[in-house]
Design a protein around this ligand. Structure first.
Ligand code: CAA
Length: 379
């Protein structure tokens, strides 16, 4: 067992760090304030291979390991957590095609997704189906050479800017998770439109919209795998997605820690820098220790995925631990900053809001505990 990064992993991390500090960090506060989705920067990320990192070379990707992907995503999140969720969902959206797509679907979409010519999103959640996607009601009726799709998806990350949607719908008469299927739906398909754009508390430079399917005709050839396996496809994608969100949370924790150390060294009270007070030192020590643990959990889940070992439980553990810690770290970092941390002029105010979503999307902390417990208690 080695705790050392390979030369390639170090290189990927450095490339992502350099990109994030130059291209994302300077305008991150402005984009947050004005809710600007960084279209051009996202295109550049696509050209660098950051949006389909694990797509193998034969499908146009760079074939990076999940470990490298985590390291890159942490760097993006450190500078801009909004763009990190864009990167995470774009990468997630390659998984269904990679694992369940046929050769012609891969040829048509994977190259574009891997090389940044196409942006993918993932549409599972509905107004009445969040933690329980088995209850979703968007329906695709099999009409022979096409499916007729009706229903509404909500909370869809960068849905407004996506070229292709991984859509999970109900096809069969079965209830619950059994009757679901997955489709690739292209932007511009008649009957498919963008609904409300959400006005969020944090991650304001990431786009979150409603997708509306109104008698939308999707060719039969866009069905992924076969009818009835949509729930499995969604869960498989989410297993990988959760490693991404854990990495996003780690980037946030690291930013909280660095901001806290910098501020504690500068800020003077009672005639000394506040870094000399034990109360502040303990907060910083707790954050740093948690960061190390979150990183090890996440990289170990990623390593298991890379080695084709089961990683569902590990991905949930990483997501649970890192996202809860991101919230706690943002709380502590703001506490260290005192009144200044409450002002929009300080990065910590944005980190505090951005951290909150990490313990909600791609499965709440309560859902992660359920996944972990079920894995431990199954026969
Ligand atoms: N991989 C493969 N198959 C899986 C699986 C996995 N990880 N988890 C479950 N399955 C299979 C089961 O084996 C079972 O198959 P069989 O019927 O053949 O036995 C089937 O799926 C049903 O499984 P469960 O009975 O466990 O399903 P459930 O209805 O009890 O739900 C759950 C389980 C874990 C709670 C799941 O519903 C869940 O993860 N909920 C949270 C949903 C979520 O994360 N939503 C996020 C939306 S996307 C998002 O946020 C993206 C974004 O924009 C940031």
């Amino acid at each position: 067992m080695s705790f050392q990064l390979t030369e390639e992993q170090k290189m990927v991390r450095l490339m992502a760090r350099d990109f994030a500090r130059k291209e994302l960090e300077p305008e991150a506060a402005k984009r947050d304030k004005e809710e600007i989705f960084p279209t051009e920067v996202v295109k550049k990320m696509g050209r660098l291979g950051l949006l389909g990192m694990m797509v193998p070379v034969e499908y146009g990707g760079v074939g990076a390991s999940t470990v490298s992907y985590c390291l890159a995503l942490q760097e993006i999140a450190y500078s801009c957590a909004s763009t990190a969720v864009t990167m995470s969902v774009a990468n997630l959206s390659t998984e269904p095609l990679l694992k369940f797509g046929n050769e012609s679907q891969k040829a048509k979409y994977l190259f574009g997704l891997a090389q940044g010519e196409l942006l993918g999103c993932f549409a599972l959640t509905e107004p009445g189906a969040g933690s329980d996607p088995g209850s979703l009601s968007t329906r695709a009726e099999n009409k022979g050479d096409y499916y007729l799709i009706n229903g509404t998806k909500i909370f869809i990350t960068h849905g407004q800017y996506a070229d292709v949607v991984n859509l999970i719908t109900r096809t069969g008469q079965d209830k619950g998770s059994k009757g679901l299927s997955a489709f690739i739906v292209e932007k511009g398909t008649p009957g498919f439109s963008i609904g409300t754009r959400e006005d969020k508390m944090g991650l304001r430079a990431s786009n979150t919209v409603e997708l509306i399917f109104d008698h939308c005709r999707v060719p039969q050839k866009n069905l992924l795998g076969r009818e009835g396996i949509g729930f499995k496809i969604a869960m498989t994608a989410l297993d990988s997605g959760r490693i991404g969100i854990a990495s996003q949370a780690i980037g946030i924790i690291r930013a909280c820690l660095d901001e806290s150390i910098r501020y504690a060294r500068e800020r003077k009270q009672f005639g000394k820098t506040i870094s000399s007070f034990q109360a502040i030192q303990w907060m910083i020590a707790d954050m740093a220790t948690g960061l190390e643990a979150a990183n090890l959990l996440t990289l170990s889940a990623a390593w298991k995925k890379d080695h084709k070992l089961p990683f569902t439980k590990e991905a949930s553990m990483a997501k649970l631990f890192a996202s809860e810690l991101a919230n706690k770290s943002a709380y502590l970092a703001l506490q260290i900053h005192g009144g200044y941390g409450y002002l929009k002029d300080f990065k910590i105010e944005r980190l505090y809001r951005d951290a909150r979503a990490t313990s909600i999307y791609e499965g709440t902390s309560e859902i992660q505990r359920l996944v972990i417990a079920r894995n431990l208690l199954k026969d």
